[in-house]
Design a protein around this ligand. Structure first.
Ligand SMILES: [Ca+2]
Length: 210
């Protein structure tokens, strides 16, 4: 029997070989110190293009009954709005988090929440080597929030979007994004047009390949 699409077998194999995953945020998120440093750093900025400050607190916690790993500025309880944020966390359980009405965070997700004064929660990836990278990033509200989301490079904004309402989503895609060793890509979440951080939890997935 004649092979189906024999050209695809060859071409697809070439692409599969050529596209090497450089990072996957959800996969690499860890607080295990034994794993050593990764190229990801989590922190916040008071201004979108201001100074990046790394979260000083890193701890396991409970979030609406689910196990999460948290990086935050204050180290306070993640469900206490007066002290929680800005933060970034990963849901490490095996069931979705179902919180307030409309709130749903899938297992394995990474979530950012901005601060009460408009501080941006930021995930930063340091380019390990000079290359042209393919970047896919997806932001989505996990509740009823309104946020502004951004992809940047070296503190320069490449693209932005606004999210409003229950589980709204925006995907960013860049092909052949040049990045050198010592440079960084940033993924930021602010408190949006309503200038209020209540309900602004936003999931983020990032995959970068070269
Ligand atoms: Ca908001």
């Amino acid at each position: 029997m004649r092979p189906i699409l024999p050209w695809c077998a060859a071409v697809c194999a070439i692409f599969a070989f050529a596209a090497t995953t450089a990072t996957d945020l959800e996969r690499e998120f860890s607080i295990d110190p034994a794993k050593g440093p990764s190229n990801w750093t989590f922190g916040w900025k008071d201004e979108l293009q201001g100074s990046f400050l790394q979260f000083p607190h890193r701890f396991p916690s409970e979030f609406w009954g689910a196990s999460v790993i948290v990086h935050s500025r204050t180290g306070g309880p993640v469900t206490e709005s007066s002290t929680c944020c800005p933060l970034i966390l990963k849901h490490v359980g095996d069931r979705p988090v179902l919180g307030a009405p409309g709130f749903r965070l899938a297992a394995g997700s990474v979530m950012l929440h901005p601060g009460p004064k408009g501080e941006y929660s930021v995930a930063r990836w340091a380019c390990p080597a000079a290359s042209h990278y393919t970047l896919e990033a997806s932001f989505a509200t996990v509740g009823y929030g309104s946020t502004d989301v951004h992809v940047g490079k070296n503190n320069h904004i490449l693209a932005s979007a606004s999210l409003n309402g229950i589980r709204t989503r925006h995907d960013f895609y860049f092909s052949r994004l040049e990045c050198h060793h010592g440079e960084s890509l940033e993924f930021s979440v602010g408190y949006g047009d309503n200038r209020n951080f209540t309900g602004d939890s936003t999931s983020l997935s990032v995959r970068i390949a070269k």
